[in-house]
Write a new protein. Structure first.
Lengths: 230, 230
DNA sequence: TATAAAAGTTAGATTAATCTAACAATTTTT
DNA sequence: AAAAATTGTTAGATTAATCTAACTTTTATA
């Protein structure tokens, strides 16, 4: 049975090498920053995980997940996202409150519990942040996604998901921008990417830091990769 | 913030000095047996808890809870019993499966979460084992329940409640045993707990699986914890 | 390519929770 | 009340996860 700590390492590795996907491997320093520990600590820990066949690693080399490690990491993320969904849809927590609580709940191991929860929630596909929930087998269908920073000016899009970061969520709350809301880009400044958006009866100017973290689909067809002419 | 371990010590102390209530204090050995650790470990730990003002203790003396320690311990039990209720009534776990899972869930600290859960479950008074759930303030309003499996032979009792499980109710229907009916135990087999009861104009032999799920009060005084002589 | 910077490792220390083994205090029994 | 039994404590060791500080390897740059 894995410890909380080991599970957190695997989760971070999935996030860095599967979701962020610019590389399937990652350095010790990068991992240390992510987990908010010192590189020395990571050095020790990845050796331990290697001895358990959960990561590939050798001295001075990069770290990557074995298929077993990947599965274990995926299951932590599955649990996290299912609990988030529960907290939001059943207990009425707002989407910026659920993350922290799920950080604890994700370490409750019972597979039976998590599958029952999945059923109770009626097999949700996405968590309250719009991220896909891995299935029983740890598989995740990474849908093609497009961010607010990429879309065409003037074409109406709907917010489908937000990257799972508390600051983003809180900022969106502050400007009253919500999941499933329609938005249109009025203007995008070439110089610094500053973007003017309208939604509901509001207009806001926001930075790329925000737009890069918000996923959208076409309001017409509901797809990120749409072919609507308009 | 208390560690899992510290919380488990407080929980055990509540069980030994509040619920079991033959004494408000307990020895190091007894506590060690309960927690399945060595006395040496308990010795160290209670000194630590004393330094945090959670227990009263001095060298070679007995251990008892301070009011702060009692409250903290009660809250662990509140969380445990609410999670048990959730697992049973929402996720369909049977009452003998819930305990182990609740042992993990009880250590999720958020007060907001547990109060929301309480509300979601519609403020249950008892967990699936029939044990009372402490309220927000750590108080237990209806502390006492007794099941048919515990009562004295020959003394008349009245059925006050039944654990919320359809099978139990269906079985009771079949043998014509009803809520508010008077019953008397004629005989209880020491070997396997098989019990002979009389009620109305019937006599039935039933197993502990049934008697453990039926709550009773004294027919004379109407209380579970009665002091009637006969 | 030599050197500086960045990245990674090792050794030794710390903290929490546990153990064993030896010892000390208290309680019970004769 | 002395001996025996029980109960509790202390000292020293262990394991997991972390740290700091010193060191080494790899990578980038002048």
């Amino acid at each position: 049975m894995l410890s909380f700590t080991e599970e957190n390492y695997l989760k971070a590795l999935v996030e860095l090498t599967v979701f962020d996907a610019d590389s399937e491997e990652v350095g010790v320093n990068r991992l240390a920053t992510c987990l908010d520990v010192k590189p020395a600590t990571v050095s020790d820990m990845v050796r331990k995980l290697r001895d358990k066949s959960l990561v590939n690693y050798e001295k001075y080399g990069k770290v990557s997940l074995t298929s077993e490690g990947r599965l274990k990491g995926m299951m932590v993320i599955r649990r996290h996202r299912l609990w988030e969904t529960f907290l939001s849809s059943k207990l009425g927590f707002s989407w910026d409150e659920v993350h922290e609580l799920a950080e604890e709940l994700e370490h409750i191991h019972s597979e039976k519990l998590i599958n029952r929860l999945d059923e109770f929630l009626d097999f949700p596909e996405f968590d309250p942040h719009g991220d896909a929930i891995p299935n029983k087998k740890g598989e995740i269908l990474l849908p093609f996604r497009k961010t607010l920073s990429e879309i065409e000016i003037g074409k109406r899009h709907r917010i489908s998901a937000v990257r799972d970061q508390t600051e983003v969520l809180q900022y969106m709350d502050r400007i009253e921008l919500k999941i499933n809301q329609d938005v249109t880009i009025e203007h995008r400044e070439a110089f610094d990417g500053l973007t003017t958006l309208t939604y509901g009866n509001r207009t806001s100017v926001v930075s790329p830091k925000l737009t890069e973290n918000i996923f959208v689909v076409c309001s017409e067809c509901g797809k990120a990769k749409c072919t609507c002419t308009k």
